[in-house]
Write a protein that binds this ligand. Structure first.
Ligand code: ADP
Ligand code: ADP
Ligand code: MG
Length: 545
């Protein structure tokens, strides 16, 4: 964007995003010469939950670090030495604004703060010991045992922190933060690795803590359905990822989400994206079931003596279909993916897939000292061809990271490279385990389109495990639903048509969805609201059209 014109470029040369007037002022923080700058800060409010919504790389975590007192904003003067870092000028800058009291108290050290970091995967690198050791010192409110109970942490209390799963780590980190006795809580993304039920529990715990005790919660989140339930007010973050970010004044959560999706901020009179993100309301897909790709028999797999067992009812996978796979965490979805991929052998039943399978595991391990372009070129010789660019690199926005090292990538960048690597393989069956993790809203929509289009253009068969119900709805032709008792027993039903599958899955969770009138985005109904009761009565949990 050239930044000269407002609205549309008269030369039709570039898509113009009008620059905010904030950019004429000094930023709140600048990391260095020509480095990322942050404009504006969110305002935490007692007794309420404040959300921050925006793309990756736009400064949300930077803003959280600043308000949590871990980073003293330099007001753009990045040459001022760190040791001289002082809150005085920051307080001056925000004098007369809603942040003044907060910053005054932060500088005096008269407020207490608890923070949950964004990347829970880093916790085992910083902490040696088991879950009990980690949580033991956090119980400042006498609420720890309730948190352990509601977040279902008891089964891993004596397990080493470096041996528990991502979803378990996320719950432990949320418990550790909420157990503290703080005035202000900062939670940087709560949903990665959690299933829908666990996301709802985390959202309820956060809401209750704000409402019951007048504490203040600030939450960064990409899951719109959860944000919608969770937040009272919302700050939108926009700008140019990696270059600059602006945090708006607070909006109502519904307007904030809708304006963000629309790409236009009403109060600010600001276009933040050339196009809107639309959530098409569509009837559930109906599969064509033409040619069989593979038929699999009943299968059984157990780990250890009575630890966990999975039973799979046999079924058929068709050529060129996208099969969605849903169910709670710990129910055996990844185990099934490994059985299909051939990296695990079933105890009963036989799988002799004579198929080439490309597999993106849930936890991505690509930490090699290698550049992204070299890594992808080691998988396919099409890297850089116009065909590969259109199908894979463009929708997954790889061009800006092709020259980076795998080890330097952020969570969302790593995910996009792993999806690209999987789709770049020449295979009969593509297995994607949780492709939405760490992606922002826009990246999820783009990744969904890329996977869907790839399946259609290549007659590829794709199996996608994901907790983002909207992504599953947009992607899948049919649905495979798991039920059972997490960590003990899992049961995989044969693939069903979308409508039947969604109703089956969501009735287990006791959640119904409606559509936002303006944007069509799916919203979770309040339990026992009129819509909720009506939809449960008619058995339509998702597709109420
Ligand atoms: P978000 O949380 O919205 O994804 P971040 O606040 O983490 O964004 O980062 C915003 C930008 O600032 C990114 O481009 C990131 O690479 C950059 N950045 C973050 N931390 C630092 C740092 N310590 N030094 C330099 N740049 C940084
Ligand atoms: P999901 O993908 O649905 O979250 P998984 O298939 O990853 O579930 O795991 C199902 C259960 O099996 C979990 O309780 C998990 O801890 C356990 N499990 C997974 N892999 C192993 C293993 N190699 N050894 C023992 N238990 C395992
Ligand atoms: Mg962040």
């Amino acid at each position: 964007t050239c930044g000269i014109c407002v609205e549309k470029c008269p030369f039709d040369a570039i898509e113009i995003i009008n620059l905010p007037s904030e950019l004429e002022e000094d930023p709140v923080h600048r990391y260095g010469e020509n480095a990322f700058s942050l404009y504006g800060l969110p305002v935490p409010e007692p007794g309420s939950v404040t959300g921050i919504l925006g793309p990756n790389g736009i400064g949300k975590s930077t803003a959280v670090h600043a308000l949590a007192g871990e980073l003293v904003p330099n007001l753009g003067d990045h040459e001022g030495a760190d040791e001289g870092a002082d809150w005085e000028p920051v307080v001056d800058r925000f004098r007369g604004t809603e942040l003044q009291t907060y910053l005054d108290r932060l500088r005096e050290g008269s407020i207490s703060i608890a923070r949950k970091p964004q990347y829970v995967d880093q916790i085992p690198k910083q902490f040696d010991g088991n879950t009990r050791d980690l949580l033991e010192h956090t119980d400042e409110r006498g609420a720890l045992s309730e948190l352990i109970d509601r977040l279902n942490i008891a089964p891993v209390m004596d397990q080493d922190i470096d041996s528990i799963s991502g979803g378990e780590l996320q719950r432990v980190a949320i418990a550790a933060c909420l157990a503290r006795d703080a005035d202000f809580y900062f939670l940087d993304e709560i949903t990665p690795y959690l299933d829908i039920g666990q996301r709802m529990t985390a959202a309820r715990l956060i809401r209750e803590l704000a409402a019951d005790s007048d504490r203040s919660m600030l939450v960064v989140e990409h899951d719109l359905a959860i944000l919608d339930l969770l937040a009272d007010t919302l700050h939108v973050a926009y700008g140019e990822p990696g270059a600059y970010g602006v945090i708006t004044d607070p909006k109502s959560v519904r307007n904030g989400i809708n304006e963000y999706l629309k790409g236009y901020l009403d109060n600010e009179n600001m276009r933040i994206r050339p196009d809107s993100i639309t959530f098409e309301e569509h009837a559930p897909r109906v599969s064509s079931k033409e040619n069989e790709l593979v038929e699999y028999p009943d299968l059984r797999k157990s780990y250890g003596e009575g630890e966990f067992d999975l039973d799979v009812e046999g079924g058929t996978i068709y050529e060129s279909e996208v099969l969605g796979i849903v169910g709670p965490n710990g129910i055996g979805k990844s185990t099934l993916a490994k059985l299909f991929a051939g990296s695990l052998e079933p105890d009963d039943g036989e799988l002799d897939f004579a198929l080439d399978i490309a597999y993106k595991p849930q936890y991505i391990e690509i930490d090699r000292h290698m550049r992204v372009d070299a890594f992808l070129s080691s998988i396919t010789d099409r890297v850089g061809s116009s065909y590969w660019n259109t199908e894979i690199a463009d929708p997954l926005q790889l061009d800006r990271i092709m020259e980076q090292n795998l080890t330097d990538l952020s969570g969302g960048e790593r995910q996009r490279v792993a999806i690209a690597a999987c789709l770049s393989e020449d295979a009969d069956l593509y297995l994607l385990d949780e492709p939405s993790a760490h992606l922002d809203v826009e990246q999820r929509v783009r990744a969904t389109t890329a996977i869907r289009r790839y399946a259609e253009n290549h007659d590829a068969t794709v199996l996608v495990i994901d907790h983002d119900i909207y992504m599953i709805d947009l992607l899948a032709d049919r649905l495979m639903v798991f039920d059972g008792e997490p960590a003990h027993h899992g049961h995989a039903k044969p693939p069903q048509e979308m409508r039947a599958g969604m109703n089956d899955f969501l009735s287990d969770l006791d959640i119904t969805f409606r559509r936002d009138e303006r944007t069509g985005r799916p919203r979770i109904n309040k339990p026992d609201s009129q819509k909720d009761r009506e939809q449960k009565r008619t058995g339509e949990y998702y597709y109420s059209v």
